[in-house]
Design a protein around this ligand. Structure first.
Ligand SMILES: [Cu+2]
Length: 245
């Protein structure tokens, strides 16, 4: 049998240099062109199917506003959760607070709502903070669920300390590292690490000096303002105390 015929039929041609219209040799064999076409075709098909499966499916969005809510220990406040239909989404949506700090309760005016493309749905959420809840800046995660289609919104919750607030030093960090307190409140830093740490104000307003394990230092903040601080042996450890009226 003619070996050249076999090569043509089964694309075993190897390097068949074809002269193109510019008279240059074309290094691409017919087999490479076919493989390239198949790969490109498959990729485009995948992109198309992916687009149809995800982008075109009805969906919805959720946002919480305002982005950050501040309240005192023992207080309560409301914020808004807005749901919007995308691509004619029309279904029941259930809301819940998925992640909340200890001592905080979140309730919604409506837990279940029907969302249609007619209009956005805005639900009022109520936050209640126990007087014993730890002051600090937290993230509240609000989860919406519609038959397993889940979306989340994050509400920043700043619990303002009103009396005596403990900042734990552990694993080379301050907890909370971002603290707002009412004027005249006391902050106590307690070091739980084996390693010694300090909380030293950038501008010299206070300095705990080196705290050994289980040692503590107390400071009453009488002046309104923002007091960033850091750890002298580990300057990457940083925190801030904000004092409000
Ligand atoms: Cu340190």
């Amino acid at each position: 049998m003619d070996i050249n015929l076999l090569r043509k039929v089964f694309f075993l041609g190897g390097r068949k240099h074809i002269l193109n219209i510019y008279g240059h040799h074309n290094a691409w064999s017919m087999r490479n062109r076919i493989i390239f076409s198949i790969v490109l075709g498959t990729l485009m098909l995948n992109v198309t199917l992916g687009y149809l499966a995800f982008a075109e499916a009805p969906d919805y969005s959720i946002i919480a506003s305002p982005e950050i809510t501040s309240l005192y220990q023992g207080d309560s406040i409301t914020f808004k959760v807005t749901l919007a239909s995308l691509r004619n989404f029309d279904s029941k949506v259930t809301l819940r607070a998925a992640e909340i700090p200890e001592g905080v309760t979140v309730t919604f005016d409506e837990n279940v709502t029907r969302l249609t493309s007619e209009e956005n749905v805005t639900i009022t959420a109520n936050i209640e903070v126990d007087p014993e809840a730890a002051a600090g800046l937290y993230e509240l995660v609000i989860e919406a669920n519609s038959d397993g289609l889940i979306h989340k919104a994050i509400e920043q919750l700043n619990i303002i300390g009103t009396d005596r607030i403990i900042v734990i030093i552990k694993d080379f960090w301050y907890f909370p590292d971002n603290l707002t307190i009412r004027q005249g409140s006391e902050v106590i830093w307690v070091n739980l690490d084996l390693t010694g740490h300090t909380a030293t104000a950038d501008n010299g307003e206070f300095d705990t000096d080196l705290l050994r394990q289980n040692q503590r230092y107390s400071m009453v903040f009488d002046q309104v303002g923002k007091f960033p601080y850091f750890c002298v042996p580990h300057p990457q450890m940083v925190g801030v105390v904000r004092v409000v009226e």
